[in-house]
Design a protein around this ligand. Structure first.
Ligand code: FAD
Length: 324
């Protein structure tokens, strides 16, 4: 029988997060001929979500529906996923390296008594052995890891392993697992989102990030406009968050979010090492800074030395001309 890899999907506001589809592609890299089983846990509308996993390359999908899975808790989702693992006996597990993945994966790995490779950005196969690449020292170097015994269990960084093309002619079995989720010690009463609109920062293909150089909350408005024209999200340095120009949920860096967009535009950001830790693996980096000696220019692919209050409006105007 072929090897079976479970992909634990993740939802946000009732939709599957893109990293779930990337995790299916990662599972396919680990076991090209294996069976890929998508797992989705929620309190509602699971058929559609399960079907979507199949369209993105899962051979079949397993759902767990329970009222206690309305919001993520490590206890509730831990019990649900462990029940599926128990039933399926997989030969590997993949999930996103998101806030949920970072919380759930170590818990599952310890329960399963297996190792965990977290934050993989690439997967190669050497013979039958998957080789995982992950950043170390805040992204300054990469290490390659293999699992020599136990279950390959890996979390993948969003935006690094391309999802397979969606194909709505694909079919697969959808089954459900009944789980009696015990009383939870943590109950989520309400979720208050500080950033409700627009593209999810950690999965955005374009990020326009502002720093202390933006000088005020009002100064961030053109950055939102630029992000909007480019279909991207706004991020920030800690300098900007500390100065109260924007919310901490936008912070990128060592103590903020890690992003890997196709295009990162750093506006009025000096390029402190702690900021670079969250964005230096972006595919193309553009820096706008009036100080030609700013550290950000050392990692930028394109640098614009100038006043951001002049440069950003010009970029908005020019990108508007080419935007479809
Ligand atoms: P500054 O360093 O003040 O840079 C502002 C830049 O704007 C300057 O380069 C200036 O030339 C430019 N500028 C000013 N006016 C204009 C203009 N009109 N046009 C163009 N350019 C202009 N930082 C993070 O970002 N993320 C983290 O996760 C993080 N974690 C940290 C963890 C620890 C433990 C510590 C100690 C620090 C951390 N920091 C983090 C803070 C980090 O060290 C820097 O202080 C911070 O990144 C600086 O933010 P900044 O670049 O916006 O501000």
């Amino acid at each position: 029988m072929s090897d079976k890899i479970l992909v634990i999907a993740e939802t946000k506001e009732g939709e599957l997060r893109n990293v779930s589809f990337e995790a299916i592609a990662a599972a396919r890299k680990i076991k090209p001929d294996g069976e890929i089983v998508g797992v989705v846990c929620a309190d509602d509308d699971l058929e559609n979500l399960a079907q979507e996993l199949i369209y993105y390359g899962a051979d079949r999908a397993v759902t767990v529906k329970h009222e206690k899975l309305k919001s993520y808790t490590s206890e509730g989702f831990g019990q649900a996923v462990l029940a599926v693992i128990d039933q399926e006996s997989p030969d590997g597990i993949v999930m996103g390296h998101t806030s949920v993945g970072k919380d759930l994966s170590p818990k599952l790995a310890s329960k399963l008594d297996t190792g965990l490779i977290s934050d993989a950005v690439d997967i190669d196969v050497d013979g039958d052995q998957p080789v995982f690449t992950r950043p170390i020292y805040s992204g300054k170097a990469f290490e390659k890891k293999v699992i020599t015994s136990g279950l390959p269990f890996v979390t993948i960084r969003p935006n690094n392993i391309a999802a397979l093309e969606r194909d709505d002619s694909l079919t697969g079995d959808i089954s459900s697992v009944d789980v009696d989720i015990k009383d939870l010690r943590t109950i989520v009463k309400d979720v208050v989102r500080k950033t409700t609109e627009g593209v999810d920062l950690s999965e955005a293909k374009v990020v326009v990030a502002g720093g202390r150089g933006v000088k005020s909350a009002d100064g961030f408005k053109p950055l939102y406009e630029l992000a909007d024209v480019l279909g991207g999200a706004v991020g920030a340095s800690r300098g900007a968050c500390d100065a109260d120009y924007c919310d901490y949920s936008l912070q990128i860096g060592q103590t903020g979010k890690v992003v890997t967009p196709d295009l990162y535009i750093a506006v009025g950001i000096s390029g402190a090492i702690q900021h670079l830790a969250g964005m230096s693996n972006s595919k193309v980096i553009v820096a706008i800074n009036k100080d030609a000696e700013a550290n950000i220019f050392n990692i930028a692919d394109y640098g614009i030395v100038g006043d951001l209050f002049e440069v950003v409006p010009m970029l908005i105007e020019e990108f508007k001309k080419v935007a479809v």
